[in-house]
Design a protein around this ligand. Structure first.
Ligand code: NAP
Length: 269
C-alpha cells in the first residue's frame, strides 16, 4: 500500500482526503491519503521523516508552502512561483511542484475559456495570486496584478513575464479584461463581501474565484448577473488535486469521481 498525504497546520477540515481516496478506489490503486499537522519548527524533520518512511507523496498547505521550497528540489515552475504544494518522493531526491498553477489553467480550459492572448486581471498577490499570475502568463495571457498592498503586487509583477501591477484602485482594468481571478481571501466565509465592484463586471468576462467557502461567492453571483462565465474555487481545488494525482501515479485521474467526492464534502462541511 502507498501512503500519500497533506502536511499543513491546521489541516482539520481538508477536502483532499475524500477527493484522493475516491480516486484510488475508482482506479484500483492501493493507497491511503492522510493528514499531518506538524509544528512549524518541525517541518524540516517532517519532510525528512516522510521520505525515510517511504511516503509516496505529500501535498503541502499553509503555512509550509514556502518553507518546503528549501527542503526539496523544486521543478522550474515551483521555483519561479516560490512555493511548493506537492512533493513527489518517488525516486531520488524529493521533487517539489506547484499544482495550484495547473489548477488555474485547467479550470479555465474546462470552462472553454481561451487564455492565449487574453487580457487577465489577478486580484491578490499572495500564494494563490503568485500561482495564478505565472499560470496565466505562461498560458499566453497579459496579466495585470491588483493588490491591497501595492508593493506586493509590484514585486510579483517584476518576475511574471509582461505583467503590470497596481493597487485596488486599478481594478477598473477589469472593465476591459477577458479573465479575472480573485486570489484574495475576500469573500471567504463572508457571502456579502466582494473584492471587485459589480459595475466592472461584464458579459465578456470569465471569473475564477479561488475562494470556495461559500461555493457561490458574491463575486460569482454578480458575474453571473452581468452575463459572464463563473468558475468556482472548487474547480481550482479539484484540478490542482487532479494534477498531483497524475504526477504521483502516472495514471489519468478520474476527474468526475474526484469532483463528486469534493462537492459532496463541500456541501456537508
Ligand atoms: P495569502 O498568501 O495570505 O494572500 C492573501 C491575499 O489576499 C493577499 O494578496 C492579501 O493582500 C489579500 N487580502 C487579504 N485580505 C484582504 C482584504 N480585506 N482586502 C483586499 N485584499 C486582501 O493567501 P492565499 O494562500 O493566496 O489564499 C488566498 C485565497 O485563495 C484564500 O481564500 C484561499 O482559501 C484561496 N485558495 C484557494 C485555492 C483553491 O484551490 N481553490 C488554492 C489556494 C488558495 P495583501 O498583500 O495586501 O496582504
Amino acid at each position: 500500500m502507498q501512503v500519500y498525504g497533506l502536511v499543513g497546520n491546521p489541516v482539520g477540515h481538508s477536502l483532499s482526503p475524500p477527493m484522493h481516496e475516491a480516486a484510488y478506489e475508482a482506479t484500483g490503486i492501493d493507497a491511503r491519503y492522510v493528514t499531518f499537522e506538524p509544528e512549524r519548527s518541525a517541518i524540516d524533520a517532517a519532510i525528512t521523516g516522510a521520505d525515510a518512511l517511504g511516503i509516496a507523496g505529500l501535498n503541502v498547505t499553509i503555512p509550509f508552502k514556502q518553507d518546503v521550497l528549501e527542503l526539496v528540489e523544486p521543478d522550474p515552475l515551483a521555483a519561479r512561483i516560490g512555493a511548493v504544494n506537492t512533493i513527489d518522493f518517488g525516486g531520488g531526491e524529493p521533487t517539489g511542484y506547484n499544482t495550484d498553477a495547473a489548477g488555474v489553467t485547467r479550470a479555465f480550459d474546462r470552462h472553454g475559456v481561451e487564455l492565449d492572448g487574453a487580457a487577465a486581471v489577478v486580484v491578490g498577490a499572495g500564494g494563490a495570486g503568485r500561482a495564478a499570475a505565472f499560470a496565466l502568463a505562461d498560458a499566453g495571457a497579459t496579466v495585470h496584478i491588483a493588490n491591497r498592498t501595492v508593493a506586493n503586487a509590484d514585486e510579483l509583477a517584476s518576475v511574471v513575464p509582461g505583467a503590470t501591477s497596481g493597487g485596488l484602485d486599478t481594478l477598473d482594468r477589469v472593465c476591459d479584461a477577458d479573465v479575472l481571478v480573485n486570489a484574495t481571501s475576500v469573500g471567504m466565509d463572508a457571502p456579502d463581501e466582494t473584492p471587485v465592484p459589480a459595475s466592472y463586471l461584464h458579459a465578456d468576462l470569465a471569473v475564477l474565484d479561488a475562494v470556495y467557502t461559500p461555493i457561490e461567492t458574491r463575486l460569482l453571483r454578480e458575474t453571473a448577473d452581468a452575463g459572464g462565465v463563473t468558475i468556482d474555487g472548487a474547480w481550482m481545488l479539484l484540478l490542482q488535486g487532479v494534477e498531483a494525482f497524475e504526477l504521483w501515479t502516472g495514471v489519468d485521474a478520474p476527474v468526475e469521481v474526484m469532483n463528486a467526492a469534493l462537492r459532496d464534502h463541500l456541501s456537508i462541511g
